[in-house]
Design a protein around this ligand. Structure first.
Ligand code: HEC
Length: 148
């Protein structure tokens, strides 16, 4: 008798856990992409200004969002195509670490082309990414401050 009641309670708890999990907010693939879009833009202006600390920060934001897609978007077949961006991303990271603006710019172009390769491969070829011409926000300064 006591044993059965405990089983009922456990089942109740499990039902509650399941319903909590179903209602937990999880950002979708498109939301991660919108975040990547902003950091891709900022990354360009950080690198162009040779503000390597900011460039390093921005590329890590992109990396984190890509990792989050891997973690949270396992139900999306497009997630399987993420591997193609790893080497281009690493090449930009290397250029930032070497503080090499020429390598930064050429590798940023390759990175951008890879964004588009994946969009084409995943039937989102209408989402075309390009090298930005203006920063996303007017209230952020991309120049290095006090030589740092
Ligand atoms: C794994 C393949 C893949 C890679 C790599 C990729 N994307 Fe995407 N991207 C997608 C898919 C799939 C969508 C559509 C997401 C959805 O369902 O809303 C998308 C959508 C977008 C959108 C539209 C978001 C919106 O809702 O308006 C932007 C902007 C974008 N990506 C930027 C980028 C940038 C910048 C890069 C490179 C740094 C990149 N993507 C790399 C697959 C990829």
């Amino acid at each position: 008798m006591a044993c059965n009641r405990q089983k009922d309670n456990t089942q109740n708890l499990q039902t509650q856990i399941d319903s909590l999990q179903a209602n937990t907010y999880k950002p979708g693939f498109g939301e991660f992409m919108s975040s990547i879009q902003v950091h891709h833009n900022k990354l360009w202006f950080a690198g162009e200004n040779q503000n390597w600390a900011l460039a390093d920060f921005e590329i890590n934001e992109i990396k984190e969002s890509l990792d989050d897609i891997k973690k949270y978007c396992t139900d999306r077949p497009e997630t399987n195509s993420l591997g193609m961006i790893e080497q281009p991303l690493q090449n930009v990271i290397d250029a930032i670490q070497q503080k090499n603006v020429t390598a930064f710019k050429s590798n940023f172009s390759i990175l951008t082309a890879t964004c588009n390769s994946c969009h084409q491969a995943t039937q989102h070829g209408f989402n075309v990414i390009s090298i930005p011409t203006t920063p996303p926000f007017s209230n952020q300064d991309f120049k290095m401050q006090n030589g740092k």
